[in-house]
Design a protein around this ligand. Structure first.
Ligand SMILES: *Cc1c(COP(=O)(O)O)cnc(C)c1O
Length: 428
């Protein structure tokens, strides 16, 4: 038995499913999850000592590659000074200043420990600010696992959603409207009918939790227009896209000023850290200034803050995102070409340092199109890549991540492996 198998068997005894977050269990691709022993730059090593080029990157945070020496040094220095105080620190002030100076829509920001906390708090805040209950989300977008967001579309157009998870009372999702991503007509109809009761719209400005789905310019415009018209809060959930697609984030690429923004992943540089922020008049509703309660024992943790500051300093260097985007685009054109050469209906697309690999003929624009991806072929492709030392997200419906440490040689080695993997898929 391999060491990975041994660890998985042990893990399953004491951890449900053997993992601390479900996608890690390899459920949709089958086989044994790789237990990661260490990582450096673009590479990870598993418990059996096998080396992989990593395109998961901790699901987004590892934008500099793993264990960047400057980040490790910052973490070390902070840790030596104490792990947590439950009192304010200078580092938090610096990070808040940095985030607000990088994102013009952030007038104030509060630090939390996970993306789930950030989105949950932003929604509570939007409801407190507007004194409205209803919220709008889009099918296929993921905003963490708080109750009112674990919801799927109701049976018909303009109906409120139903829980998509056990343990969530239908009453908790009664106020959540689930609409179709990129469907401008449906969005406008919904607002025409219910706009004045809607507290907020929360959206992934590039959807990265249904593989990668880009918004149309019309959809981006309509989101800002209808929320402005009806006094609803527009929340850009940039937990994934924040500093990953551009230094100005998705909102910079869209030229949109959302009312609230949630951040996570990259801003913690691999440590548990997230944030929500935006308009000062909305942020003034948060305790201790206002009536909307929100708190956290480890919020603004000094070690996480140090990792975040070190990461943001490095990615703010001129040309960083241009290079990251170029490398990611190089990967995607290589993958698309390799699929075409093998006669497999698959293609890839990217924005900044995130990409989608789709086992269908064209790039999807909607959740329903994305669901047409051939999961069976992906599964075969995934294992053929894993066998060649390429570690992709273990699901046909997740985005992939490239770091600045993925240089031409690693990208080209990945494309060469993909040629063989697509040929295997084509052979059936
Ligand atoms: C990852 C993610 C979250 C949840 O963040 P956690 O830190 O896993 O709780 C929320 N929104 C988006 C868009 C994400 O990608």
């Amino acid at each position: 038995m391999s060491r990975n198998q041994e660890l998985f068997e042990r893990a399953k005894k004491f951890i449900p499913g053997g993992v601390n977050s479900p996608v890690r269990a390899f459920g949709s691709v089958g086989g044994t999850p790789r237990f990661i022993a260490r990582a450096l730059g673009a590479r990870v090593w598993d418990a059996d000592g096998r080396e992989f080029i990593d395109y998961v990157g901790s699901w987004g945070p590892a934008i500099l590659g793993h264990a960047h020496p400057a980040v490790i040094e910052a973490v070390h220095d902070a840790a030596v000074g104490g792990l947590s105080f439950g009192a304010p620190t200078e580092g938090e002030v610096e990070l808040a200043e940095r985030l607000c100076s990088l994102l013009p829509s952030l007038e104030q920001v509060r630090l939390v420990s996970s993306g789930t906390e950030a989105t949950m708090s932003a929604i509570r805040l939007a409801r407190g600010f507007t004194a409205r209950d209803a919220i709008v989300k889009f099918e296929g977008c993921y905003h963490g696992h708080s109750d009112s967001l674990l919801v799927k579309a109701g049976s018909g157009l303009l109906t409120f959603g139903t829980p998509s998870s056990g343990g969530v009372p239908a009453d908790f999702t009664r106020h959540t409207l689930v609409l179709e991503y990129n469907n401008v007509e449906q969005l406008e109809q919904t607002f025409a009918r219910l706009g004045d009761t809607i507290a907020c719209v929360i959206v992934e400005p590039f959807a990265g939790n249904m593989n990668l789905v880009k918004p149309t310019p019309e959809f981006v415009q309509a989101l800002r227009a209808v929320t402005e018209k009806h006094g609803s809060v527009l929340i850009y959930d940039e937990v994934m896209t924040g500093f990953r697609v551009d230094l100005a984030c998705a909102q910079g690429l869209h030229g949109v000023r959302p009312d609230l923004t949630t951040l996570g992943k990259v801003i913690g540089g691999g440590m548990p850290m997230a944030a929500f922020g935006g308009r000062a008049d909305i942020m003034a509703c948060i305790a201790p200034l206002g009536p909307v309660y929100q708190a956290g024992t480890l919020s603004g943790n000094p070690v996480a803050v140090a990792a975040g500051l070190a990461t943001l300093a490095l990615i703010a260097e001129p040309g960083f995102h241009a290079r990251l985007s170029r490398q990611t685009a190089r990967l995607c054109s290589g993958l698309t070409q390799a699929a075409a050469d093998a006669g497999v209906a698959a293609c890839a697309d990217s924005v900044g340092g995130m990409f989608g690999l789709y086992f269908r003929a064209g790039v999807p624009q909607r959740f329903s199109e994305m669901q047409q991806c051939d999961a069976q072929s992906f599964r075969r492709f995934f294992h053929a890549m894993l066998d060649q030392g390429i570690y992709l997200a273990p699901s046909a419906f997740e985005a992939g991540f490239v770091s600045i440490a993925h240089d031409d040689a690693l990208i080209d080695a990945t494309v060469a492996a993909a040629k063989k993997a697509f040929a295997l898929v084509a052979a059936g």
